[in-house]
Design a binder for this molecule. Structure first.
Ligand code: CU
Length: 242
């Protein structure tokens, strides 16, 4: 029984390799359209990779335990009590606490700082959330209710408000999300990395991410990323039209 760590170790190795192959060759993440999304996705992939050996160890012990201590039909009484090992408990605590502290530092603090970046922007766009629509106000004062148009490779600060209840300004393709709170202005900085629209990817949309009432699920607005010059033309056109 003392030698049971050998098959457990081999099973752990096998499950770790299989698990890493699985997570490295599959992606559950939507299309990536912003610099912030790159940081978020890297963090997600790191956490996924770190979780694999931990999960593999639990599976290895479960599988080995089920085979090794299965009932062989002879007697139906309880087996002898199993005593824990101080060494294994100590190692488990040290490894898991170190992992947790490491994750708090990176991607925790490091990633959060990278996503937030410096509080500087090329443009400021105001976003007003209300049951159940989004209103966009551009730097020239022009407003729009039908879509959010974003200049590519420009750092935009979004000042987010709510006129009624809590909403949340979330653009899945950008991976950023900030609450819209009545009486407060919340801010998020986003740099779009390439052009596209909701026809290219359904995740290029604002989607309310805070349950806000009966129309919550429909509270979305298409997002279109265009060249800077095209964006300036677009907001000029809105200004003269409105
Ligand atoms: Cu909502």
């Amino acid at each position: 029984m003392k030698k049971s760590w050998i098959p457990v170790f081999l099973l752990w190795l096998l499950f770790t390799v299989l698990g890493l192959l699985l997570v490295m060759n599959t992606t559950v993440l939507p299309a990536q359209y912003s610099e912030e999304a790159e940081v978020i996705d890297e963090a997600y992939e790191l956490l996924e990779a770190l979780a694999v050996p931990v999960m593999a160890l639990i599976f290895a012990i479960m599988v080995w335990g089920a085979i090794s201590w299965r009932s062989r039909g002879a007697d139906r009484e309880d087996g002898p009590p199993q005593r824990g090992s101080r060494l294994i408990v100590g190692l488990w605590l040290v490894v898991t606490i170190s992992l947790a502290i490491g994750i708090v530092i990176n991607p925790g603090f490091v990633g959060l700082a990278a996503v937030r970046g410096e509080p500087v922007s090329d443009y400021v766009v105001e976003i007003e959330a209300a049951q159940f629509f989004w209103q966009v106000t551009y730097p020239n004062g022009a407003t729009a209710l039908d879509e959010l148009v974003v200049p590519v490779e420009k750092r935009v600060r979004y000042d987010v408000h709510s006129t009624d209840v809590l909403h949340s300004f979330w653009i899945p393709a950008f991976r950023t999300k900030i609450d819209a709170v009545p009486g407060l202005t919340t801010r998020v900085y986003i740099t779009a990395t390439h052009t596209g629209g909701i026809d290219d990817d359904v995740n290029l949309r604002i989607q309310c991410a805070e349950l806000c009432g009966a129309g919550h699920a429909q509270m979305s607005l298409p997002v279109r990323v265009v060249d800077d010059a095209e964006w300036l033309d677009y907001i000029d056109g809105l200004g003269t039209g409105g």
